[in-house]
Design a protein around this ligand. Structure first.
Ligand SMILES: Cc1cc2nc3c(=O)[nH]c(=O)nc-3n(C[C@H](O)[C@H](O)[C@H](O)COP(=O)(O)OP(=O)(O)OC[C@H]3O[C@@H](n4cnc5c(N)ncnc54)[C@H](O)[C@@H]3O)c2cc1C
Length: 394
């Protein structure tokens, strides 16, 4: 398909966010063009499994997660073959009294917003995930509605549905510049320049994941996103071991103290941890430098997982903001420019709900979920907006 000379809305980035937003916008009657410099879903949305959850402590994150779960269930239903959605639950483990209290407070808030999450005993946690050493835990929270889906299938489903409804979705086209005009009222979006030509547009959606800062610079705004490599690996376990082939699926299990995690998946156990030694950067080569941190945490919380032989590993980029929460909103500096990025490791689960928010912001109407706390300007030196404090950051 040739690059059109104009579109009402240009979306930069063909990952989960860009495509979920494109699908919502084209359904609302907007003329949408998605530009992806590589292949659809080749950024962070290439992750083999994406956890989907509403287990958070910030009300905005809970609301986006809950809406995301509803929308993923609907997408799974309407997509031939589904998107690999499995409601195996999320199990967050507390190893200190302070963490247990934080889980109690956030679970109470989730329940007040309609969730069926509950705080459970260490013994119950170890029943749900037999790799856990109950004696290392103080408490846990379990939310049965959470689970996982396959990002590649979700990306393909949104792209197919958006295209069917008339959106133009182009791969191999890189946005290299953003043109704005100023007729005395302040700057507003006029066009994007790309490796294939120029496209005039009224609205621009920055959904470029870990690369969003450079896209923001093209428009003269700061989008405070820092890329940080995150690595995961799959391990096979015998057929009679917990989470083994044919066994009851394990919940997505996380240790709040260290961010150690072990998830059951059809491809074996998925293991990971936030490696504090990882320096920011765009490198996405996989190596095993994260394993010492993983093993040290596993030795305390799930000792039988130490030294488990790994089958295959994968590295992707977290798109981190200073408070590890998303940047969602209309830019205060450039009219027509909407930012939807910086999801800091929970962008897949928030994509369906944020897609709706982006649609509403472009249409100039108030989104159903209040996203004011995610203002892209909250880190500006002149901003008085509070930073978000989220307990369930992995
Ligand atoms: C190991 C790992 C585990 C994760 N686990 C989870 C999880 O369990 N649950 C969860 O919700 N999230 C998880 N995430 C985070 C999640 O994958 C991301 O938040 C999400 O995929 C971000 O989607 P996106 O569309 O914003 O970005 P991306 O998928 O990165 O898409 C951005 C796209 O923009 C394109 N682009 C960049 N610059 C330009 C340009 N100038 N012109 C055109 N195109 C451009 C890129 O090529 C890219 O395809 C995890 C991430 C990693 C790395």
């Amino acid at each position: 398909m040739e690059l059109p000379s104009s579109a009402q809305v240009v979306v930069i980035g063909g990952g989960a966010l860009g495509l979920a937003a494109a699908d919502e916008m084209v359904r609302a009657g907007l003329d949408v063009l998605v530009l992806e410099r590589d292949q659809l879903g080749s950024g962070s949305s290439a992750k083999p499994f994406g956890g989907v959850r509403a287990t958070f402590s910030d009300p905005g994150n809970i609301a986006l997660g809950q809406r995301g779960l509803e929308k993923y269930a609907a997408l799974h239903e309407r997509t031939p073959g589904g998107i690999g959605l499995a409601r195996v639950g999320y199990l967050f483990c507390a190893r200190t009294e302070a963490e247990a209290l934080a889980l109690e407070v956030s679970t109470e808030l989730q329940r007040s917003m309609g969730s069926d999450a509950e705080v459970i005993s260490p013994r119950r946690a170890a029943e749900l995930n037999p790799y856990l050493d109950a004696s290392a835990l103080v408490a846990a929270s379990f939310s049965p509605q959470d689970g996982y889906a396959q990002p590649s299938l979700a990306v393909a489903a949104w792209a197919a549905s958006a295209r069917e409804l008339g959106a133009r979705v182009l791969e191999g086209v890189e946005v290299t510049g953003v043109e704005t005009t100023d007729d005395g009222d302040g700057r507003r979006v006029r066009a994007v320049t790309t490796t294939a030509g120029t496209v005039r547009c009224e609205h621009l959606v920055v959904a470029a994941g870990a690369w969003s800062r450079s896209v923001g610079q093209m428009a003269g705004i700061d989008v405070p996103v820092e890329p940080v490599r995150r690595q995961i690996a799959f391990a096979d376990v015998p057929a009679d071991a917990p989470g083994g082939p044919g066994q009851r699926p394990l919940p997505f299990t996380l240790d709040l103290s260290t961010t150690f995690y072990v998830h059951g998946s059809p491809d074996g156990l998925l293991l990971g941890i936030s490696d504090a030694a990882q320096v920011p950067g765009f490198g996405r080569d996989y190596d095993e430098s994260w394993l010492p941190a993983f093993d040290a945490a596993a030795a305390v919380v799930a000792p039988s997982l130490v030294g488990l032989p790994l089958r295959t590993g994968w590295a992707g980029l977290y798109e981190n903001t200073p408070d590890h929460n998303a940047l969602i909103g209309q830019s205060a500096h450039v009219a027509g420019l909407v930012v939807a990025t910086g999801f800091s490791g929970h962008g897949f689960l928030q994509a369906p709900a944020v897609g709706e928010v982006v649609r509403d912001l472009v249409l100039g109407r108030a989104p159903e979920v209040d996203v004011s706390g995610f203002s892209p300007e909250r880190f500006a030196p002149t901003s008085a907006a509070p930073l978000l404090r989220e307990v369930h950051i992995i």
